[in-house]
Design a protein around this ligand. Structure first.
Ligand code: ADP
Ligand code: MG
Length: 454
């Protein structure tokens, strides 16, 4: 195992055990710099992060690394150049640096080794919106009647959209509801590693016994079963034994069963035999609701407009959303002031996925095609509604994606005043908050001109 693999496995443990916001904040851009004579040197992007790893996470990091490489005796922490110059420029003012105790609650670390469940993943902190309501409903049905309906339950969706949270919440809820049940959560990778070591240690029998004894078995990220023939075979038998005995099985994956490469027919058909639900990307209202709930939960006082801006900017996933909330909160604390919209944007700019460099003309052309209007009409000073909206969308996109200045945008659109561009930009921001159809349209237009680039 090289250093990179070792660290990435350790990060997997840590990620499950600490709150995601903490994870993103403190473990982003960390790596193993060196490993010699039983001493591992962990690199952190800045002094602040280094101090945290040392003071708050050391025991945990050591434990996790040692569980993989027992000869590790000690860990050093060291500052390695930050890869995020944007954020690094805004230096914390030391006197406002929050004390670690303020951030980290020890329960964040608590994973019950008997179940692998972390109680922080609860149903009542899981925000439901149209993007995940089916998955949530299926989870409720399983909790109410484990093994009876929806067996297996298969939940899929992209990273950071709440699969692990929901899977763990199912386990926690069944645990709480009683009567007592044997519940076990495991990632497909750990399942596979465990199987391999049980083969090496001549303990396959124990392995089989252990897994056939559960009332609820939750297997996270089954896309990693791909290509592992031996694991698939063993899991297939485990699944059958459980299923026949009326025990509940829940899976997650980053894609539907059919799209997992190199998965055997038999196992595939088992995975597809129950119900399959997806979690998609949260729309603006859900993103804002999630931010508000996280802010309340963690007693983060940020103005509503800041939360709205974060919800606007961070569109991809909930993990990023939490990370952004944390970063903005920290920065406003260090600087001891309310951050302006421009501050927030510049701090978050590194999190926003890089846009392909389309030109203003390409954007205008794509918008015209999308709304099925003649391109040249966008440049005309007309107030016809069927033209005004597309023009506003185009102005918004040029401002947002290309960072075009307002006077530049005005000029580009047949010499309009820069206030028209400002108005258009702000109008679209307001409208997308209320109108998810418009948000969707903008997303599709973006996809179009971004794909043209490739
Ligand atoms: P995945 O397993 O799909 O990659 P996670 O379950 O790890 O995603 O979710 C990432 C983070 O976002 C976690 O901190 C989780 O608690 C949070 N999260 C995800 N979905 C929701 C939700 N619907 N409501 C509240 N928090 C959520
Ligand atoms: Mg997950």
């Amino acid at each position: 195992m090289n250093n990179e693999e070792l660290w990435s496995q350790a990060l997997n443990d840590i990620e499950l055990a600490v709150s995601r916001a903490n994870f993103v904040t403190w473990f982003k851009d960390t790596h193993i710099l060196d490993f010699a004579d039983g001493v591992v040197t962990v690199g952190a992007p800045n002094g602040f992060s280094k101090e945290w790893l040392e003071n708050k996470f050391h025991k945990f990091i050591l434990k996790s690394l040692r569980s993989r490489v027992p000869e590790i005796r000690a860990i050093n922490y060291s500052i390695a150049a930050s890869s995020t110059p944007q954020a690094a420029r805004i230096k914390p003012r030391k006197e406002f640096a929050p004390q670690p105790e303020e951030q980290l609650e020890f329960k964040d670390f608590y994973v019950d080794p008997k179940t692998n469940l972390n109680p922080k993943y609860a149903l009542d902190t899981f925000i439901v919106g149209s993007f995940n309501e089916l998955a949530h409903a299926a989870a409720l049905a399983v909790i109410k009647n484990p093994g009876r309906v929806y067996n297996p339950l298969f939940i899929y969706g992209g990273v950071g959209l709440g699969k692990t949270h929901l899977l763990q919440a199912i386990g926690n809820a069944i645990l709480k509801n009683g009567p007592p049940k044997k519940i076990y959560y495991i990632s497909s990778e750990k399942f596979s590693n465990e199987l391999v070591s049980s083969i090496q240690n001549n303990a396959v029998h124990n392995f089989k016994e252990k897994y056939r004894d559960f009332d609820l078995l939750v297997v996270d990220d089954v896309q990693f079963f791909s290509n592992k023939t031996k694991t698939q075979e063993e899991f297939f038998y485990t699944f059958n034994a459980l299923h026949e005995a009326g025990k509940q099985v829940v899976f997650s994956s980053d894609r539907p069963p059919k799209s997992i490469p190199d998965i055997g027919e038999r196992l595939l058909s088992r995975m597809e035999a129950g119900v399959i639900v997806d979690i998609s990307e949260p729309e603006y209202e859900s993103r804002l609701a999630i931010l508000k709930s996280k802010a309340a939960e963690r007693k983060i006082g940020l103005p509503e407009t800041t939360l709205e801006l974060i919800a606007m900017l961070i569109q991809k996933n909930i993990r990023e959303l939490e990370g952004a909330l944390n970063t903005i909160y920290m920065q406003s604390k260090y600087q001891n002031r309310v951050l302006s919209n421009d501050d927030v944007k510049s701090i978050l700019s590194k999190n926003i996925k890089p846009k392909n460099a389309a030109t203003p003309s390409q954007i205008i052309k794509t918008v015209a095609e999308f709304y099925d209007i003649p391109e040249k009409s966008i440049y005309e000073h007309t107030r016809k509604t069927e033209i005004v909206r597309p023009r506003q969308v185009a102005m918004y996109l040029i401002r947002e994606d290309l960072k075009g200045s307002y006077p530049f945008i005005g000029q580009k659109f047949g010499g309009m005043d820069h206030t028209t561009a400002i108005h258009a930009y702000e109008k679209i921001i307001q409208e997308t908050k209320k109108d998810s159809k418009l948000e969707e349209e903008i997303k599709r237009i973006r996809e179009k001109y971004q794909n043209q680039q490739k």
